[in-house]
Design a protein around this ligand. Sequence first.
Ligand code: CLF
Ligand code: SF4
Length: 435
Amino acid sequence: MKCGGSCGSGHQTGLLTSETLQKSNRHPCYSEDAHHKYARMHLPVAPACNISCNYCYRKFDCVNESRPGVTSEVLSPEMAAEKFSVVKDSITNLSVIGIAGPGDALANWSQTRRSIELIKERDPDTVFCLSTNGLMLPQLADEIVGLGIRHLTVTMNALDPAIGALIYSHVIYQGKKYTGVEGAKILLDNQLDGIKSLAAQGLAVKVNIVMIKEINDSHIPEIVKKAKELGAFMTNIMPLIPAAGSAFADYPQTSMKELNQMRDLCQLDLHQMRHCRQCRADAIGMLGEDRSAEFRRLGETAKEDAVVAEASGKQYTIAVATKYGWLVDLHFGHASEFLIYQGSGEDFKLLEKRQVEKYCLGVEECDEEENRRGRIADSLADCDAVLSMRIGNQAQKRLSSRAIVSIETCDTVEESIKQAVMYLNEQENTIVEAV
Ligand code: CLF
Ligand code: SF4
């Protein structure tokens, strides 16, 4: 059945219960209308994962629902419930609580379940949403339904285990590690079972697919057709963003043009989500306006303030890689200019915009290239720290050999500087104590 709402066409709504449909109207990922009206909050209570995707680098959030290079704090269920209450007081249009990592929601089931139970006690009206790789779905389907969850995302990147084997390096299932086609087949069978069973019970199941050129791209229309057959509500085809440190770090990035062409093709079978923001595992707010930085580390604020205050005597110089000046959103190697801040504690001023040559030119290493990269590091030699969204190992080593600390973050410039000062001050204290 096609959706008769204002969202366009192609949603399968035939299996959905009226409760699910009603909740979908308040879910910003499931309803284009709701995405302009309602906010969601992710609880980062699920750090572990039971599979290994080749596009994942576990220092960061689960890439199946997140942007690579983004790390989230991890909360206990009790801390998550406390944070929910604070956020709910401040963001009155908060309607959905999602659990999307930083690992897999179902691989950390006791934390996921406890968090939902605690929040239901505080606000029974909340819409809950889970994102998973699907490995544990058959075992946990009844509990998921019993908890009142009506929205579920399963990332399914292949129907052919031979293709799956190129994407997943291993699967840990019932205490045993499986690799290759064997591991991919276990994962696939559980995904298919789980999607079918939960869709049949009236849940709105969204299937995420990571589009990986020359691995699964030509296979995607088949996955979408299968998702439809299983009763999925819609699919969300996401671009592979090659994460540094992952096995697919050097794979080509999927362009928006390629992505949209694939979505247009697959739209003929099933509704395509097109407003996904690949948000972080602790995202908060409307989809287009992440407010997680405002609420991060709520319990640690007092400690942070104390450490920052301690640093008030010491002046630091900090270089920041930023595109527009308010978020640390540039890879070190892609920055041709750094904002240089100087100050102490929370009192920082912008000294200058410092031009440097770009680190990554895509040319081969040679003596001249080595010298050029050395010169870039030299041009930041007066800095105590460099803040960037990502930095390669070699660049990190070059900075470190000049006693410059490199810090990866994707927070606001202001918050990142505060965190950097705290870190530098802790380092300073450690050195003083050691002496
Ligand atoms: Fe979160 Fe995902 Fe639920 Fe939405 S996100 S668990 S379905 S509440 Fe939404 Fe974010 Fe895209 Fe996910 S925009 S990454 S699709
Ligand atoms: Fe990483 Fe998510 Fe894949 Fe687990 S499911 S390996 S956390 S991308």
